[in-house]
Each structure stands twice: as C-alpha cells, then as structure tokens.
Design a protein around this ligand. Structure first.
Ligand code: DAH
Length: 337
C-alpha cells in the first residue's frame, strides 16, 4: 500500500511537469508499461494473503485510472502548447501560395440546355423528362407515325426489342406528358436521343434534343411564333431574327422549319436552320385522349449539339464528347451567363 501511494505521487507530479509528448510517452511506459511500476505491483499480488488480495487489487486499479487520467490531461495540455509555440515561432508560413483549386466549367451542351430553359420558363414552361428506352408506341405510333409510315425512314432506329427502341427524339415526352396531365400544358423536355449514325464531324449516334409543347384551349400559331422568337433572342441575342419555312412532320400540321440569323453568330449573315415546329396534329391529340375540338397547341424540337456548334463556332461534334480539358475549360467564363 505504501509503495502504491509512492508510485501514484511520483507519477502525478511527473505528469504535471511533462513538457513534451515524448516525456508523457516515457512516463506511460515507466508506470503503466508491462515492466513498469504498476505491473510489478500487480505481480506482487501473488505474495499477499488471500484476504488482503482483493483490497490491494482494487487499490491498484484506482491508482492506475488516476494516473491514466493525469497522462491524458498532460497530452492535451502539451498539444495546445506545442501548437501555440509553433505558431509563435512562425513555423507556419502564411505567405506561401495556397494549393491551387481548379474550378470546373459547365459543359457547352449544358449551357445551351440551360439557356433554352431559362429563356422559356418566364412564359410558364416547366421541365419534364421521359425514358430513353422507349416503347415504339410513344416514340412513333402515337406521334402519328404508324408501322409502315415512310417518315420512320428518317429515324435510323436502334431496336432494343421487337417493340422497344432507344428513343430517336424527345418527342416521346410530348405523349407521356399529355397522357398524364390535362391542359393547359407547357413543358420543355431535354435529353439524350439515339440514331444509328456513324460518329464523324457532324454526326453522333447519341446526341441531345430539347422539345417544347404547349397545349391550351387557344394556343395559336401566333403564340408559337412568339415563343420561337423569345427562344432565338435568349440563345442568340436581342438582335436575333427568325424565319419560318413550310415543312412536314407527321405529328404537326402545319409544320415549319425555323431558321435564325443574328449578328452574334459567326455565320450570322445567312439564315441557319435550327428547329422543327408546328401545330400539334389532331390525330396526336386523339391518341392521348384530348379532344381536338376543345384544345389545340404547338410543339417544337431542336438539337442541342447543333445549337452549341452554331453559337460557339465548334466545327466538330466530337469535341463535345471527348472531355479534352483545353476545350472544356473554354466555357468556364460562361457559367451562368
Ligand atoms: N422530333 C423531330 C426530330 O427529331 C423534331 C421536331 C419537329 C419536334 C417538329 C417537334 C416538332 O416537336 O413539332 O426530327
């Protein structure tokens, strides 16, 4: 018992006096280690009488935990002191340059998609999405392109199953939207589409489109023109002009192709085709269970790659997919612009 008291007293005093983490480590080994003072005391338990043994054992444990506590306190105290003195002695050079951060840049395709959405949300459009692997019915049939319709030739389709395709356009989302909502409907549907093309400077088997759809009791061709003009200005600046040419799509009647021209565009002197659009065909409205006598509207669809290439003067579509940082980082300053 006497010996224990002595061990405790020295240990506590030395713990208080310890100045470095090595001091504490050494003290810990000397007292608590296998061959340390307390270890020896433990082993001497065998020499005492069986009546004395539990009392002495309990006492040893008490002493041990008090010493451990004192050592832990010392560690904390020394940690703080070491940091303070490191700071005071200027071991941290706050003038060293920081580690360089490389901020990301938005992808050109994302920029265009965002611009379309940002231009048209003030008109009440919200964003909708549809599946990439699609049933034939939503991709073709309900868009007024029955099985043997020649318009299907334009879409070199990847078939996944007999009646399942990788969607060839975002127009499938028109159908899915109208089947689940009642007019008024105003949606934008951006996303990936697939066509069986070989990758070259102007073609890719995977590309992106954005679709617009507006159905209401009275959504007219004049409204369509207004929306398209708003979109052109959003993408190509306040001086952008649009021109409509008659065209054909099975799911719209009448149908138009939309050209744009703007001084902002490198090729800005001439008209550039950017979009397909038209008044939603009554047959399509019937497919989704709308009454063509009561509601009408218009749709438009455009390729995001093509818009990006025109706007940013990109001459090879593959640049958009290759993740070359020298290319990608050129769009850094355009974030949120
Ligand atoms: N889906 C057409 C295509 O991929 C583009 C298109 C044209 C979409 C006219 C439309 C539209 O919504 O009205 O070629």
């Amino acid at each position: 018992m006497e010996e224990l008291k002595r061990i405790e007293k020295t240990a506590l005093t030395r713990a208080k006096k310890a100045r470095t983490s090595q001091d504490v480590a050494q003290l810990r080994a000397e007292i608590l280690g296998k061959k340390g003072a307390l270890g020896t005391a433990m082993r001497s338990l065998g020499d005492v009488s069986p009546e004395e043994r539990p009392k002495l054992g309990a006492r040893i444990n008490e002493v041990k935990s008090r010493i451990e506590e004192a050592l832990d306190e010392a560690v904390t105290r020394i940690g703080v002191a070491e940091r303070d003195s490191a700071l005071a002695s200027g071991r941290y050079d706050v003038t060293l340059p920081g580690r360089r951060m490389y901020p990301g840049a938005p992808h050109a395709l994302r920029l265009i998609e965002d611009e379309v959405v940002r231009s048209l949300t003030p008109l009440g459009f919200t964003v909708a999405t549809g599946p990439l692997v699609e049933h034939d019915w939503y991709n073709f049939e309900a868009l007024n392109m029955p099985q043997d319709h020649p318009a299907r030739d334009m879409h070199d389709t990847f078939f996944v199953g007999k009646n399942t395709v990788l969607r060839t356009h975002t127009s499938n989302t028109q159908i899915r939207t109208m089947l689940t909502r009642q007019p008024p409907v105003r949606v934008l549907a951006p996303g990936m589409v697939f066509r069986k093309d070989n990758l070259d400077a102007t073609h890719s088997p995977v590309f992106h489109q954005i679709e617009g759809l507006w159905i209401d009791e009275r959504a007219t061709f004049a409204d369509l023109k207004g929306v398209l003009k708003t979109l052109a200005i959003g993408l190509f600046g306040p001086e952008a002009q649009i021109r409509l040419r008659p065209s054909f799509f099975p799911f719209t009647e009448p149908s138009v192709e939309v050209d744009v021209r703007s001084p902002m565009l490198k090729k800005g002197l001439g008209w550039l085709e950017v979009l397909g659009a038209g008044m939603v065909h009554p047959a399509v409205l019937e497919y989704v269970g709308y009454d063509p006598e009561k509601v009408q509207g218009f749709a438009f669809g455009t390729g995001i790659e093509r818009l990006a290439m025109l706007k940013y003067g990109i001459d090879d579509i593959r640049l958009l997919y290759e993740n070359d940082l020298r290319f990608a980082n050129q769009f850094a300053s355009r974030a949120g612009s």
